[in-house]
Design a protein around this ligand. Sequence first.
Ligand SMILES: Cc1cc2nc3c(=O)[nH]c(=O)nc-3n(C[C@H](O)[C@H](O)[C@H](O)COP(=O)(O)O)c2cc1C
Length: 200
Amino acid sequence: MPEKLSIVGIGGTTSPGSSTEQALQIALRAAEAEGAQVTLFDGAFLAALPHYGTGAVEQSEEGRKLVAAVRGAHGLMFASPGYHGSISGLVKNAIDYVEETSKDDRVYLDGLPVGLIVTAYGWQATGSTLATMRSIVHALRGWPTPLGAAIRSVSGMFKGGECSDDAARGQLELVGKQVVEFARLRNSAPAILHTGPVEE
Ligand SMILES: Cc1cc2nc3c(=O)[nH]c(=O)nc-3n(C[C@H](O)[C@H](O)[C@H](O)COP(=O)(O)O)c2cc1C
C-alpha cells in the first residue's frame, strides 16, 4: 500500500466563495484527517481549462496537470452545482479530460472510488444532478461511493470553509471518509478484479 493515498477533488464554480467548492473542501479535509494527501482543482482552475478536445492537453499546462493528478490518484471527488437540473459545463469539461486515460493500463477511473457532491437551490436538481454524476462515473468504470452528498444550499450556509448545517456537514465528511476507506481496501487487498480493456 502507498505511504499516503492521493485523493483528488475536482469541482466548484467561478462564484466568489462558491458553496460547491467549500462543500468539496470539507469532504477533502475529512479525507485528509483519515491520513490521505489531498489536492483540489477548484473553480478558478477549472475555468482556465480549454474546452476539451483534440490537442487540448498539448496546448494547456492546466490540462496536463489535471490528467497527471487523475493518473496518480487513489480516489477522486467530483463536486458540481445543479445547473438546469444537471452537472455544470465547467465540471463536465474537466471530467472530459479523463478521456486522455482511455488507453492507459488503468483505463479511465477503473477501480477508483469517486465521492460525489451536488449543491443546488432545490432538491429536484440535487437528485437529478447526482444521478447524472453517478452515470458518468459508471461510464468511466469508477466506483461511486455509497453516499452521494446532495446539499440544498441556502444563502450563508457555507462561510469561511465551514458549513452551518450539521446534517450537510456530516454528509460531506462521510463522503470524504468513504473515498479513503475504499481506496485503502483497494490498495491493501490483492487485485481480484479485472482491470484491463473490455470489449463493449
Ligand atoms: C446557470 C444556472 C442554472 C441553475 N439551475 C438550477 C436548477 O436547475 N435547479 C436548482 O435548484 N438550482 C439551480 N441553480 C442554482 C445553483 O445550483 C446554485 O447557484 C449553486 O448551488 C451555487 O453554487 P456555488 O455557490 O458554488 O456557485 C442554477 C444556477 C445557475 C447559475
